[in-house]
Write a protein that binds this ligand. Structure first.
Ligand SMILES: [Zn+2]
Length: 100
């Protein structure tokens, strides 16, 4: 087990949520679930989905295209750093300008 945020192994058990063990990272304070790693997709796939979302697609439409469950996509949107979201938005705007 390692922190999905910073890779630290300094983890603290942090109770249970829906019978799943929760952990908290002692280094960065990130809280996460034990099953986190099981539904792991590459950063590329993740960013691709987030980008589609910003194109105006709903999470369910993305699910139909990618076969990734819409709750997974929504959780990515929630957990994604603001920096990354801003970056993707900025890219999005520059793409729109190019298309014009
Ligand atoms: Zn951490």
């Amino acid at each position: 087990m390692e922190c999905p945020n910073c890779g630290s192994h300094q983890l603290q058990r942090n109770g249970y949520r829906s019978q799943i063990q929760c952990y908290k990272c002692k280094d960065c304070g990130r809280q996460f679930l034990e099953t986190y790693k099981q539904m792991r997709y590459s950063e590329e796939v993740k960013h691709f989905c987030i980008r589609m979302y910003f194109q105006g697609m709903s999470a369910r439409s993305i699910e139909q295209v990618t076969n990734i469950h819409h709750t997974t996509i929504l959780s990515w949107l929630r957990e994604t750093d603001v920096d990354v979201l801003e970056l993707l938005c900025a890219e999005q705007h520059s793409i729109e300008k190019l298309e014009l």
